[in-house]
Design a binder for this molecule. Structure first.
Ligand code: ATP
Ligand code: MG
Length: 454
């Protein structure tokens, strides 16, 4: 078998070998090369200790010296890790201790799945102690050793199994005994940090096959990591616009979304509030009044729990809150307000989400309303018409110059000006805004009988 190892990786292996050590490419890169995929990264395993590795190469970073890992820098960063056998796992997360080993075999059998437990030497000989090549041919993700034991050592492996299926595509599936062990140990996933869970979930969402989320339901992992979504399973909608239950519709919406994280996260959570807002009308139709707001509230909790950064949380929640805002209910002013609420940088992702939502519903193809919204939004963006207070031809400082005192009222006046400018963009000159200012000042005086700060 010809294994096309990257020349820079070969040169690292050469340096180690010339110094009297052994070196192999290990892990996902061998798996990917055999499958004809571009490896994400390259991992080298060696019997040289971290201090030796650091001495042999000019530019290194001690990325995880406790675990035996030194990153060698060059054309790209390559992780060079000393052969290891893991100590006992006590908490289902990390080995209590790691012990270096002198054999590549021990290093390979501690790995999670047979297809990840392959190694290759510099001339391309593949080492396979666990029938990884056969599983690779049969497209099977199978634990090395007893699956229950391996998941009890590190519960994240259960999610990694699904993630591999999602990323590798090509008909990969989890081998039945391994899958059975996930179902039995699913609850252990809660021992794993939310950050690690999030990273795997993101990779599933951003893969070619996010429909693997259905498998997460079947293997029971979903009820622990996203109970809100698991609750949507089988929830009938009683609605002629929907031919699927809420869960199936949700997964279809994710599958119909472009590969943008915020859009896919929003698609994943856009309807989680449906169960709580459901009502059956007298006509026998199901309704979900206010479900966008409810879903956005629940999504905020979910995303915070998964330790997403606050910018991602607020963007995704905005998308969800506005996912039902349609064009037929808005004139140009309403459209501008929508763009202002969502933000110019996010508005196209709202259109992506709405498009995916429609495609995943009962009448796919009827994108006319979303397309009209897209046209309206693009027209406004192209016109350069003012949309937010920041676009006004006057600033707070101008109002102070015109006699207002600093304070909250400044913002109120700017908003009142914007309201007029949204209707008539030609009002957005300093001169005409001054006119509006005087008008507003007159109104306030009449209403309060005093000048106030206005
Ligand atoms: P990719 O680089 O595409 O994410 P990968 O399989 O290389 O895939 P890494 O996270 O880079 O995954 O890990 C490198 C190797 O380390 C894996 O192939 C596997 O052999 C081993 N490994 C990673 N995580 C675990 C784990 N939780 N338990 C056991 N072995 C693991
Ligand atoms: Mg890797």
């Amino acid at each position: 078998m010809q294994i096309p190892i990257h020349p820079f990786v070969l040169s690292i292996m050469g340096t180690l070998e010339r110094a009297g050590y052994r070196a192999y490419v290990v892990g996902g890169s061998i798996r990917d090369l055999i499958l004809g995929r571009e490896p994400n990264d390259w991992d080298v395993a060696t019997d040289a200790t971290p201090s030796v590795v650091r001495a042999l190469f000019e530019r290194t970073v001690p990325t995880g010296e406790k675990y035996g890992t030194v990153t060698v820098l060059g054309e790209m960063p390559v992780e060079v890790t000393t052969f290891r056998k893991d100590g006992r796992y006590l908490d289902g997360r990390r080995p209590e201790s790691v012990e270096f080993s002198s054999t590549i075999e021990e290093d390979l059998v501690r790995r999670d799945f047979t297809i990840n437990a392959l190694a290759a030497d510099r001339v391309g000989n593949v080492l396979d102690f666990v029938n990884g090549l056969e599983d690779l041919r049969n497209r099977l993700v199978r634990c090395v050793g007893d699956p229950g034991e391996r998941f009890r050592e590190d519960a994240l492996r259960m999610l990694r199994a699904h993630r591999l299926v999602a990323e590798l595509g090509q008909g990969f599936r989890i081998e039945p005994r391994t899958l059975q062990a996930i179902t039995e140990n699913a609850h252990l996933i809660l021992q794993v940090s939310w950050e690690r869970i999030r990273d795997e979930l993101v990779r599933i969402l951003m893969s070619e096959s996010p429909g693997v989320l259905r498998d997460l339901y079947d293997s029971r992992l979903l009820e622990y990591i996203l109970p809100e979504l698991a609750d949507c399973y089988g929830f009938k909608q009683w609605n002629r616009h929907h031919d699927k239950d809420v869960f199936e519709h949700t997964i279809a919406a994710v599958e119909s979304s472009p590969k943008k994280l915020r859009v896919r996260l929003a698609a994943l959570l856009h309807d989680v509030g449906k169960a709580e807002t459901f009502s059956l009308g007298p006509d026998g139709e199901g309704h979900f009044y206010g479900h966008s707001v409810k879903s956005a509230e629940m999504a905020e909790e979910v995303l915070k729990r998964l330790r997403f950064d606050s910018h991602t949380v607020s963007s995704v929640c905005t998308l969800i809150r506005e996912h039902m805002t349609r064009h037929s209910r808005m004139g140009p002013k309403g459209l501008k307000r929508l763009i202002a609420r969502v933000g110019k940088d996010l508005i196209h992702e709202l259109l992506d989400l709405q498009m995916a939502d429609v495609k995943a519903s009962g009448h796919p193809g009827d994108l006319s309303e979303v397309l009209r919204l897209k046209e309206g939004v693009e027209g406004i963006l192209a016109s350069g018409d003012p949309i937010t207070v920041k676009d006004l031809a006057v600033k707070g400082a101008d109002l102070i110059e015109w006699g207002m005192e600093e304070g909250k009222e400044i913002g109120d006046v700017l908003k009142a000006m914007l309201d007029r400018v949204l209707e008539d963009p030609s009002l957005n000159t300093k001169e005409r805004l001054r006119g509006i200012f005087e008008e507003l000042r007159g109104e306030t005086k009449r209403e309060t009988g005093i000048g106030g700060s206005m």
